[in-house]
Design a protein around this ligand. Sequence first.
Ligand SMILES: Nc1ncnc2c1ncn2[C@@H]1O[C@H](COP(=O)(O)OP(=O)(O)OP(=O)(O)O)[C@@H](O)[C@H]1O
Length: 295
Amino acid sequence: MAIPVLINPAANSTKAAGQVERVRRLSPAAEVLMTEGVGSATRMALDLAQQGHRLVVAAGGDGTVNEVINGLAAFNAKEPDAEKQVKIGILPVGTMNVMAFELGLPGRDLEACWKVIQEGKVREVDLWMANDQYFAQLAGVGLDAEIVQQTPWEMKRKFGPLSYVMTAARVLGQEAPLLSVEIEGRPPLFGSIVLVGNGRHYGGPVPVFRQANNADGLLDIVIFHKRRPLEVFQFLSAMAFDGYEACEDLDYLQAREFRVLSQQKQEVPYELDGELGKTTPVVFKPAGFPLRVVV
Ligand SMILES: Nc1ncnc2c1ncn2[C@@H]1O[C@H](COP(=O)(O)OP(=O)(O)OP(=O)(O)O)[C@@H](O)[C@H]1O
């Protein structure tokens, strides 16, 4: 049975479309299937699992990986035998590829990544839910989700990663939300941005979640307290370039289950693995079974 590869031709500002032929030439040959739009990788991954495939490869960025995870998890949640649960492989052809970086995959060398997939060594990493959606690398509530929400696809295609910086400049001019993080047995914590990490990396090469381990059964949480645009800007650049220790006025903690609520009338969006999720209130909790990744 050829290994199915779900490729998102729109990833990396449609540059992934130029990788389709390269993926087709991988040996032994993959069964290449193209995604058709938002959510299609989830439906296709679930179909493949139901057809009996036990390994599905996501070729795209973190959004595509997240969609495939959601399709496979819908199947795996009903499959108690871990050996029969469907594994995921990754060919990183997206813009950021944070999860591939976290797992130590050989970058954009697709032939080397395919070799890893062929070898089939499986690692179990913690899988999480935010309300009714699964995620495996990172999440954010507040301004970072607003930046994702307000960066249209066209803009990403035109300006690449720079488009997020352009949107950030605009979003930071708005009033920051006021959020509370509630963990059972302790008083609530308040902030304007809540970043959540399963692994150590959030976007850039600097590990934001310094204490994270994606197999320790805990999520790492950074809560930034301040709300003024300049302070938020300094926080975001500290996160990108120096790590959280460089920044005051934040809490860093770990938890297995927690809720994030808006303290204002307006609900606040959240993002999961860099893709826009829904809005607060949001409950973060373990999926109850791990994600099995070929690494
Ligand atoms: N055929 C398609 N046409 C347009 N968009 C698509 C198509 N297939 C999938 N998508 C959407 O493309 C979006 C971006 O995908 P993805 O995150 O994989 O790439 P990226 O943004 O370049 O990478 P990264 O998240 O690592 O920065 C996802 O929201 C996905 O649903």
